[in-house]
Design a protein around this ligand. Structure first.
Ligand SMILES: [Zn+2]
Length: 448
């Protein structure tokens, strides 16, 4: 069966159906900037499938930038249509497959060079799932205060693990910060950045003040099957969803079976609402029912069990450089503690910006894109906030803003990781200050 890739982003107010496509040779990524609502609507009427596959919509205070892929055979037609309607476009990627191939070549070249098994874990590179698993084992065996906890299995039978970092696991009073990554398979930068953060927290003395008062739960890869799939074949690289098969339920789906669910639409919060699709082949498919995907159900069970102690939750994604807090699913709904969420969100943004000067915009998920509504239902952070009562729940979209997108070059891994680390440090200190019992702060530091 041909491998499929579904690439359309939701335009909230319009009906959207996603057809499954391979990435074709000569396919390009274009971007168009629009300043007004009516231009936006005119543009989205032009950018329909199969002519354009919208990939990302990035809005700013006074304009929106749309990113979409165009197959070679539609380039001329679309160029003409945009010109007739007075839209200018930029070519962001001249050949998507070629770009993926370059990424692939550099990774395989490097792999050939470093075949020795004794080398230290390389945080400047992207890693396959089995290497991430081995890394989790080594963290747990090298540090007495790190443990690897299995919380269930994925659809394809892979063990879903949480790394617990705790100086005193028997103390049930200390607050917890939970951070996950890789719920969307193609967002390789997120597991890479999270592993760097874990390494820093357990080994860099600059963060030793956190562990006496705070525990951490880290899930480096949520969507195990999807992540593994993105490494199997070049054309799979941009896969986003899980890998459970579902019968196609729309005539626009190209094959009888569609694979996967969008894990960030599968949580039991406003399930199936705006910003999620009930079409199985859509890349925003929410699944047949909440928590239908094994990994989401196991995570939800884990969070339900630990929710009393978890004061902060961060779900890492790319791309966009944004810090989003609840609610994501309804533009008119503000969180009861929005002022706290806004305060911490702005501080996160400032902490991140202080590292390399990169601006991460912070705001209510449904409103951070000021120019146009952009809502999404069934997300991790809305569920954590509304259903699990975790007060500081955030989605952080890390680098970049559209240049390299999901194929962020490896040289950007460390700078991005440093930005995430600065955010984690800030929120950790805030949680300790706000939620830790006083006696915890003076207890002993852990030993490696
Ligand atoms: Zn994502």
């Amino acid at each position: 069966m041909s491998q499929i890739y579904c690439g359309i982003i939701i335009v909230s107010l319009l009906p959207f159906l996603c057809r499954a496509y391979e990435i074709n040779a000569g396919e390009q990524v274009w971007s168009v900037r629009v300043n007004r609502d009516d231009d936006f609507l005119r543009l989205t009427n032009i950018l329909v499938q199969p002519i354009a596959k919208v990939e990302r919509e990035r809005s700013h205070h006074n304009h929106t930038q749309l990113y979409f892929r165009v197959e070679k055979r539609y380039i001329k037609r679309l160029r003409t249509e945009l010109a007739i309607n007075g839209f200018r476009y930029d070519i962001i990627v001249r050949d998507v497959l070629q770009q993926l191939d370059m990424e692939h070549q550099s990774i395989s070249k490097r792999r050939k060079r470093s075949t020795s098994s004794s080398v230290e874990f390389d945080y400047t590179r992207y890693h396959r799932l089995n290497e991430i698993e081995d890394w989790m084992d080594s963290m747990a065996s090298n540090y007495s205060f790190v443990s690897k906890i299995s919380i269930g299995t994925s659809y394809r039978g892979r063990q879903l693990h949480v790394l617990r970092v705790s100086a005193n696991p028997s103390d049930s009073n200390r607050p917890v910060l939970y951070v996950d990554a890789g719920i969307h398979a193609r967002e390789w930068i997120t597991p890479a950045a999270l592993m760097y953060v874990v390494k820093e927290i357990v080994s860099n003395h600059s963060y030793a003040h956190l562990l006496p008062a705070l525990d951490f739960y880290f899930v480096p890869v949520v969507n195990l099957d999807g992540y593994d799939f993105t490494w199997k074949r070049l054309r799979n690289r941009l896969w986003r969803k899980t890998r459970r098969p579902y019968p196609a339920n729309n005539r626009n789906c190209h094959s009888a079976i569609s694979f996967g669910v969008d894990g960030n639409r599968n949580w039991d919060v406003n399930f199936g609402g705006d910003g999620a699709s009930n079409t199985t082949c859509s890349y925003l498919y929410h699944g047949p029912f909440p928590e239908s995907e094994n990994v989401i159900r196991h995570l939800a069970d884990f969070l339900r069990q630990e929710k009393k102690r978890i004061k902060g939750l961060i779900s890492l994604h790319n791309y966009g450089q944004q810090i989003l807090y609840p609610y994501n699913y309804d533009i008119s709904k503000s969180a009861p503690t929005e002022s706290q969420l806004r305060f911490v969100g702005n501080k996160l943004s400032a902490a991140i910006e202080s590292v390399h000067g990169r601006r991460y915009e912070s705001g209510r998920g449904s409103k951070v894109l000021y120019a146009f509504p952009d809502v999404f239902s069934g997300s991790t952070s809305d569920w954590a906030y509304e259903k699990a009562g975790i007060p500081l729940s955030y989605t952080i979209e890390v680098r970049d803003t559209g240049t390299f997108r999901f194929e962020l070059p490896e040289y950007e891994i460390i700078p991005t990781s440093e930005e995430v680390m600065a955010g984690i440090q800030y929120i950790s200190e805030y949680i300790i200050e706000t939620y830790a019992p006083d006696e915890a702060i003076s207890s002993q530091e852990p030993k490696a």
